[in-house]
Ligand binder design. Structure first.
Ligand code: MG
Length: 384
């Protein structure tokens, strides 16, 4: 089905282009081509074995970064189509948004950032951009995936002022405090809707949080009570799923309604007018935004800091720190191609250049690869 795009959507024919010009993609749009390149990338396949909250080996049913990214794409696409925004672009951004994530979720990001502090730090958003701009080595003509400006703009959700100064027009909005496209704003919020809801599901499944506790969160309590009174005999797992699907639907409905209202108030005539604003147009109503925040606070207080999650987090931190120190101090421990890169980068960029290659190697690891690599380096009886 061909959906007519709204005037403020990103037009398929008006992309700001790729870093290296390429011929038109023919039977696909530019953004379909971006999406397809992302799906075929190595970094995308690795998401299957990277932690969202629960480490992959803790159970087969928990979200991984891959299933999380697919849920973000689903939510983003549904809203994009309903609002006549560019669905292909939204999908491309959603599928790529976590490509730069380290193993072991946020614990991994924090650990690597601490190791990289003297060498420019580590930001997973900036790393996602590095993956699609430089690190994928698949195409004859260029490094990276050579994606469009619009997809790269969407991937870079946050960026420090220092990094923003290094990346040309892509960094301008962080320096001038303006906005990205509506599709980028949408993918960003779809990410939050996805993880807040699936983390409730995973947390309950793992037994780390209880429905009784969650009833202190209004957005959960409202739907849970409705489901319990409408279907008093429903088995608990189905009742949880029914509640979560209703929470997602309520958030999506509010987001569409509020965003449409914002659009009719501001009347942007094209994507450039959206980008020039200093505040986002894709948003929840104040009421739902505060409910959504309350859920986020609940998860932080009760799930992300739960002692069982924290034990894994603490192991992950040790693994990444020890890997970083070992490789940085003795790059000969690196596999040959990474060693060559570290040497070349060290020659031009000193310790900062060398550290960045070590950080790329570690950030690219899956959870289980990092654990195996740690064993190979530190356990004397382990095969190397
Ligand atoms: Mg995400």
């Amino acid at each position: 089905m061909n959906v007519q795009l709204a005037p403020y959507a990103i037009d398929n024919a008006q992309s700001l282009g790729r870093r290296q010009p390429e011929s038109s993609p023919g039977y696909r749009t530019e953004f379909q081509r971006d999406r397809d390149r992302i799906v075929h990338s190595t970094a995308f396949r690795r998401l299957e074995y990277k932690t969202q909250v629960f480490v992959n080996h803790e159970g087969d049913l928990f979200r991984t970064r891959l299933t999380h990214s697919i849920e973000v794409a689903q939510i983003g696409r549904a809203i994009a189509r309903a609002m006549q925004l560019n669905e292909d672009l939204t999908e491309a951004i959603a599928l790529a948004h976590d490509l730069g994530h380290t193993p072991f979720g946020h614990a991994g990001q924090d650990a690597l950032n601490a190791c990289m502090k003297p060498y420019g730090g580590f930001e997973h958003n900036f790393q996602s951009l590095r993956v699609v701009d430089k690190l994928e080595e698949k195409y004859a003509e260029f490094n990276g995936l050579n994606l469009t400006f619009e997809t790269r703009e969407g991937i870079l959700k946050h960026c420090s002022q220092t990094n923003a100064q290094k990346i040309g027009s892509l960094g301008t909005r962080f320096l001038e405090n303006t906005q990205p496209s509506l599709e980028a704003q949408l993918a960003n919020i779809a990410d939050e809707i996805a993880y807040n809801n699936h983390d409730v599901d995973d947390g309950l499944r793992a037994g780390l949080i209880k429905t009784e506790q969650l009833c202190s969160v209004p957005i959960f309590e409202m739907q849970w009570k409705l489901v319990s009174s409408t279907y008093p005999d429903l088995n608990p797992r189905r009742a949880i799923h029914e509640t979560i699907r209703r929470m997602i639907s309520a958030l999506v409905a509010d987001l569409i309604k509020t965003t449409n209202l914002n659009l009719s108030n501001h009347k942007p005539t094209n994507a450039a007018a959206v980008r020039a604003l200093t505040h986002p147009l894709v948003s929840f109503s104040p009421d739902v935004a505060s409910q959504h925040h309350a859920l986020k606070r609940f998860l932080r207080a009760n799930l992300y800091t739960h002692y069982r999650v924290h034990r894994m987090t603490s192991k992950a931190k040790t693994i990444l720190e020890e890997l970083f120190t070992a490789f940085f101090e003795d790059p000969r421990l690196l596999p040959e191609d990474h060693y060559q890169k570290a040497m070349a980068s060290g020659k031009t960029g000193g310790d900062t250049g060398k550290a960045r290659i070590v950080s790329d190697y570690i950030a690219g690891m899956t959870d289980r690869y990092a654990i195996a690599e740690h064993k190979r380096l530190f356990e004397p009886t382990q095969q190397v």
